[in-house]
Design a protein around this ligand. Sequence first.
Ligand SMILES: *[C@@H]1O[C@H](CO)[C@@H](O)[C@H](O)[C@H]1NC(C)=O
Ligand SMILES: *[C@@H]1O[C@H](CO)[C@@H](O)[C@H](O)[C@H]1NC(C)=O
Ligand SMILES: *[C@@H]1O[C@H](CO)[C@@H](O)[C@H](O)[C@H]1NC(C)=O
Ligand SMILES: *[C@@H]1O[C@H](CO)[C@@H](O)[C@H](O)[C@H]1NC(C)=O
Ligand SMILES: *[C@@H]1O[C@H](CO)[C@@H](O)[C@H](O)[C@H]1NC(C)=O
Length: 274
Amino acid sequence: MKSLWGFAVILLVFSQASARTEALILTEPTEVVNKTSAVLKCNLTNPAGPVKGVYWTKDGKTIESTVSDVPTTYTEYNLTSINHQAGGKYACVFQTEPQAEEVIEVKTQPHVYAKKASEHGNEKDKGVLECLSHSYPLPTDWAWFVKVGDAGDKALIANGTDKYEIKSTPNKTTLYINDLDINQDMGVYQCYGKNDMGEGIAEIQLRVRSRLAALWPFLGIVAEVIILITIIFIYEKRRKPDEINDDDDSGSAPLKSNVATNHKDKNVRQRNSN
Ligand SMILES: *[C@@H]1O[C@H](CO)[C@@H](O)[C@H](O)[C@H]1NC(C)=O
Ligand SMILES: *[C@@H]1O[C@H](CO)[C@@H](O)[C@H](O)[C@H]1NC(C)=O
Ligand SMILES: *[C@@H]1O[C@H](CO)[C@@H](O)[C@H](O)[C@H]1NC(C)=O
Ligand SMILES: *[C@@H]1O[C@H](CO)[C@@H](O)[C@H](O)[C@H]1NC(C)=O
Ligand SMILES: *[C@@H]1O[C@H](CO)[C@@H](O)[C@H](O)[C@H]1NC(C)=O
């Protein structure tokens, strides 16, 4: 009886093991962390059937240059210069039945950039500064600083005060500055994104305009029109000094003024007779 149980257990273990004879892919390295170059290697040790080909993917997208229909159980992919764009999830895919694949993560320091390197806000409005990251992995922590004084010292901005509010997700951080002030809030702001490999920084220049400034273009046009009208008025006045009292059309020269007055007299007479 005891041996029968033992036999059953052995059978169970064996059947589970055979059910799990999934493809075994040995990768080297298992992950790439903070490196400037790497060669990713995959070795398929127990193909379930014939291998029809192999290719690599990055973040789920096929890397076209790697597609091969050579029946191989070994493949490598060279990353010659790893920048923030090279970070991601790479996978070697062996075309067997079923398909076999294994992932190698390539991790870099976060790359952080400003949505707009220079922002404008109107006095009293709410200022909005935004930084983004697309690197792999995304930042785990974000922080904002503001440069103070001429020496360029930095002050950490605390979240949740009357003045500041910070909202962050892994790929984006936003700093809100309430009640913008021309004297206090203009300047250079920095966002920091941090992960296990290091940190990335971006700068944003904030300019605050007085509310009056928004009116300047309009006032400029008004001033221009006033000046133009004045010039025309003065010019006309000088051109025909003896026609000032004449309300007839303006094109007439001084010589014709007699004729003009004659006409006028006629008109007056006609009007009277009517
Ligand atoms: C793949 O792995 C097998 C088993 O560990 C080993 O014998 C073989 O040399 C490896 N092939 C390569 C190209 O590394
Ligand atoms: C990758 O680079 C190494 C040298 O750095 C070279 O020996 C190897 O052939 C390259 N592999 C591929 C697939 O280009
Ligand atoms: C900042 O504070 C607000 C509430 O005051 C909160 O909703 C937000 O998640 C906080 N942001 C960070 C980055 O802690
Ligand atoms: C940031 O991540 C969210 C999901 O968390 C996604 O919907 C959004 O498109 C991402 N934004 C950018 C700019 O990548
Ligand atoms: C990653 O590399 C950078 C230089 O490329 C270095 O400054 C940083 O300390 C490294 N980070 C870790 C966690 O090794």
